[in-house]
Every structure is written in structure tokens, then in C-alpha cells.
Design a protein around this ligand. Structure first.
Ligand code: ATR
Length: 264
């Protein structure tokens, strides 16, 4: 039986085992997908298990997507460009690191049917997932990306990788076509983002990377102001689908059961 695992800290909340095990069962694959909380000094031993073929694939989540890189043999262009790895596997006896968050974000936009070409995007946050979002947005030929983060230095650091972004002050709300919450504000039901969006005109796109709770206060405000809203569930599903495809060589179905499964 092949073994797969998601590593992170914390990890209790991860729904990756639920999703992967559902697809594993549905496709009659002899495998199991588990989760493991660990500390940074344990990363190397997990990579060793990939080399020794004791583990067939690893998903990496917060806060290790960058810290795992020194232990890998090769990176895909996406992982290299974002310095972020969420999917690991053995290819030609080399431990390969890839980033499927980019595909996840791209697919979620594609499924929403919103055309981002020549649009202005405001990203709130500068944490682990933001390089993947910027990379995907650049592929979609947006016209401008503005980033606002509580700790301005962290946003400025992103400029070393992505020259085209503009950093604005935390609390500022410039014009935008799409606004993305990539902060962890909203994970708790009562969380509110201190940003006055009341003068935003209608029909903008409010996107929250968070999918649990299903509708954050950020999305509630967006909806009440007459905008399109989307949570992070489809991004999560499609990053997992891409990892599944790499590991098992087949494309699993995204059916109604999946949506239900993740709404628990
Ligand atoms: P990391 O920053 O370790 O990569 P993350 O979960 O990927 O962790 O990112 C958390 C994001 O939410 C960051 O942009 C963080 O802002 P800081 O860089 O200033 O920490 C943001 N965030 C978390 N709590 C916040 C709060 N109370 N107010 C504003 N932003 C917050």
C-alpha cells in the first residue's frame, strides 16, 4: 500500500486527508493519505522517506512551504518562481518539489468565469500563499497588482521576486476590480478586516482564500455591497486535484459529494 501524507504545524484542521482518501477509494487505488504535525527540524527525515520510497508523496502546508526547499533535489518552474512547495514526489530518483497552489487558484478563477485580463487586483496579506496568487495573476495578464499587509516589510520582500507589484499602506482601500483576502483574518467567525470598503462600486470580485468558515465577514460585506464573492474551497480542491494527478496519473472527479464532504 502506497503512503501519502500532509505535513504542517498546526495540521489538525487539514481537510486534505478527507479529500485524497475519498478520491483514492473512488478510484480503487491501494493507498492511504495521512496527516502529520511536525517541527522544522523533522522535515529532512520525511524527505529521506521519499528517497527510500517509504512515502510516495507529501503535501506541505503552513509554515513549511519555503523551509522544505533546501532538502529537495529539484524544483518545478512554479515552485522555483514562488519559492513555495506544496507537493513532493520522487522522479527519476530525484526528490521533486512542485507548487499546485498556482493551478488551484487559476482553476478557481476559470470556474468562476470571471475574466481577469486587464483588471486591477488588490491583495490583502503577504503570507505563504501570496506568491502563488501573484504568479497565477501574472499569467492571467492582469493590469495591476497592489499589495497591502499589516507588516509592510513582508510585502516589500515580495517585490524582490515580483517586480511589477505595488505596495500600499495597510488600511488603504484604492480602486480595484478584484480584492483578495489572503490574510488569516476570517478564520475566526468574529474576525473583521479593518478596511473601509463602503465606497466600493458594485460588481467587483471579492475572493477569500479561507473556506472554513464558508463565508467570512469579508465576503459578507462584499456580498452586501452588491459584488461577486468566492471562498477558497475550489482553490483548495484544485490544488489537491493537481497533486493527485501527479502522484496517481489520473484526474479525479470534482463531484457534488466533494463539495458536501468539505462543508462539514
Ligand atoms: P505567514 O505570515 O507565517 O506566512 P500566513 O498564515 O501565510 O502566515 O499569513 C498570515 C497573513 O495574515 C499575513 O499577511 C499576516 O500579516 P503580517 O505579515 O503582518 O503578520 C496576516 N494577518 C494575520 N493576523 C492579522 C491581523 N490581526 N491583522 C492584519 N493582518 C493579519
Amino acid at each position: 500500500m502506497k503512503k501519502f501524507i500532509v505535513i504542517g504545524n498546526p495540521i489538525e484542521h487539514s481537510l486534505s486527508p478527507l479529500l485524497h482518501n475519498y478520491w483514492i477509494k473512488k478510484n480503487n487505488i491501494d493507498a492511504i493519505y495521512d496527516k502529520q504535525k511536525l517541527n522544522e527540524d523533522e522535515l529532512e527525515q520525511y524527505i529521506l522517506q521519499i528517497k527510500e520510497k517509504k512515502i510516495s508523496g507529501i503535501n506541505v502546508t503552513v509554515p513549511f512551504k519555503k523551509a522544505i526547499i533546501p532538502f529537495l533535489d529539484e524544483l518545478s518552474i512554479e515552485a522555483e518562481s514562488t519559492q513555495s512547495v506544496n507537493t513532493i514526489y520522487l522522479r527519476n530518483n530525484k526528490v521533486m518539489g512542485h507548487n499546485t497552489d498556482i493551478f488551484g487558484f487559476e482553476m478557481s478563477i476559470q470556474k468562476s468565469k470571471y475574466n481577469l485580463k486587464d483588471k486591477e487586483v488588490l491583495i490583502l496579506g503577504a503570507g505563504g500563499v501570496v506568491p502563488s496568487i501573484i504568479f497565477a495573476l501574472n499569467k492571467m495578464k492582469i493590469s495591476k497588482i497592489k499589495i497591502s499587509n499589516r507588516t509592510k516589510d513582508k510585502a516589500e520582500n515580495l517585490k524582490t521576486i515580483f517586480k511589477n507589484i505595488e505596495i500600499i499602506e495597510w488600511g488603504e482601500a484604492p480602486n480595484f476590480d478584484m480584492i483578495i483576502n489572503a490574510t488569516s483574518l476570517g478564520l475566526k467567525k468574529e474576525d473583521k478586516i479593518d478596511l473601509d470598503l463602503s465606497s466600493t462600486s458594485k460588481n467587483k470580485f471579492f475572493y477569500d482564500v479561507i473556506y472554513n468558515p464558508i463565508e467570512t465577514n469579508f465576503l459578507k460585506i462584499g456580498k452586501s455591497l452588491g459584488n461577486i464573492t468566492l471562498n477558497g474551497k475550489s482553490m483548495f480542491i484544485y490544488q489537491a486535484l493537481s497533486a493527485f494527478n501527479i502522484w496517481h496519473g489520473l484526474k479525479p472527479d470534482v463531484d457534488e459529494n466533494i463539495i458536501k464532504l468539505l462543508d462539514q
